[in-house]
Write a protein that binds this ligand. Structure first.
Ligand SMILES: Cc1cc2nc3c(=O)[nH]c(=O)nc-3n(C[C@H](O)[C@H](O)[C@H](O)COP(=O)(O)O)c2cc1C
Length: 350
């Protein structure tokens, strides 16, 4: 079964490829009478867009979202909402090499093994460009969460093994890496420049924080909130690990250290990351995603061709040095989609 849809009530299907006509999302299950206009997408699409900073891929895309259906006189109608983003700055020439060779670390090899025939230009469907559709869908999910006061914010806590020491949320939106620590950000900048010079790439860790999430979201036992969040975040390309709250560190703590004491005023600590028994507990939800280094690098690498013969590959073209800053709005979008879906599911239960 194909896996292009996500969510139970608020159901998002993405379509399209990096170098085709365009890509987008169909959202089914969005309630009616929610105000929605093309301008609502501008801010988040700009935050994800390539070409914003010097370390991004130089591909320049306007990423304007067209609303093709589901909205009448500026309000959602409860029918499927189709969002479309046209591809404009398409240059497929550097991808000719992928007609024959597989990039180590990328999806070329597995797409060939599974489908036999696929659009490899710009990495086609497995390109990070697909995440533009997720960001657009996240804007609609955000409209459901907004009246509840739920806020979702992601930021970079590690890039190229440089870890933040402080978290000042006021810095995040102005920082090129969405980093909440000015000193760490400067060191990240140096690490990015060095990696670029060495024709290499860097990974990192992003943290997502959800404030004002109501208690009670999550559908045990298989659709636990943490399980659905992990699935949503892991479905983003380059994400190789997800932690909730103390995450892997919890494995090293004793029960007495890991339990969050409960008081009449709420939880004293938040090692649970806002989720217990698969259900939100009303505290902040804290999630971290480990992001691998970008597979497309300018160095020569060993690979094989479609006939399985050994080959050398040296890529030229347009790619990011790290997925970490650009992945930030994508992670926010995926978390919003999960929360909107679970909120609507919680309403359907009563
Ligand atoms: C925001 C973002 C930007 C990315 N940019 C690139 C890129 O420029 N070049 C590249 O080869 N991979 C890029 N990637 C990573 C690939 O999309 C990803 O590694 C690939 O689809 C293989 O999937 P996997 O890493 O999950 O196995 C990016 C990923 C994200 C989330």
């Amino acid at each position: 079964m194909a896996g292009n849809s996500f969510g139970e009530i608020f159901r998002v299907t993405t379509f399209g490829e990096s170098h085709g006509e365009g890509l987008g999302a169909v959202i089914d299950g969005c309630p009616s009478r929610i105000g929605l206009a093309p301008e609502d997408f501008v801010r988040d699409m700009a935050r994800r867009r390539p070409g914003r900073y010097s370390f991004d891929t130089p591909r320049k895309e306007e990423d304007r979202v067209e609303i093709l259906s589901g909205v009448f006189t500026g309000l959602t109608t409860g029918t499927p909402i189709t969002l479309f983003i046209r591809n404009k700055d398409v240059d497929s020439r550097p991808y000719e090499i992928l007609r024959q060779l597989f990039r180590p670390g990328h999806g070329d090899y597995t797409y060939f093994k599974k489908y036999g025939h696929f659009d490899f230009r710009g990495a086609g469907r497995y390109s990070a460009r697909e995440t533009a559709a997720r960001v657009a869908a996240g804007v609609v999910a955000g409209k459901i969460l907004e009246p509840l006061g739920v806020k979702v914010a992601a930021y970079t806590i590690e890039l190229g093994a440089i870890r933040v020491r402080t978290i000042n949320m006021d810095l995040v939106e102005k920082d090129p890496f969405y980093c909440p620590d000015a000193v760490a950000s400067e060191r990240m900048d140096e690490a990015i420049s060095k990696a670029r010079k060495e024709d290499d790439s860097l990974g990192g860790i992003a943290e997502v924080r959800v404030t004002n999430c109501p208690a009670g979201l999550g559908e045990p036992v298989f659709d636990k909130l943490d399980a659905d969040l992990a699935r949503a975040v892991m479905s983003v390309g380059a994400v190789k690990g997800v932690e909730i709250g103390a995450g892997f560190e919890a494995a090293r703590l004793k029960g007495s250290e890991n339990n969050d004491p409960i008081t009449p005023d709420g939880f004293k600590t938040n090692r649970a990351g806002g989720i217990l028994g698969g259900i939100s507990n009303g505290d902040e939800i804290i999630l971290r995603a480990a992001v691998k280094p970008i597979p497309s690098i300018g160095r020569e690498q060993d690979t094989v061709d479609r006939q399985g013969r050994a080959a050398k590959m040296k890529l030229t073209g347009r790619f990011d040095v790290s997925a970490v800053p650009r992945i930030i709005p994508v992670l926010e979008a995926m978390v919003k989609i999960v929360l909107a879906d679970h909120y609507l599911r919680s309403k359907a239960m009563v």
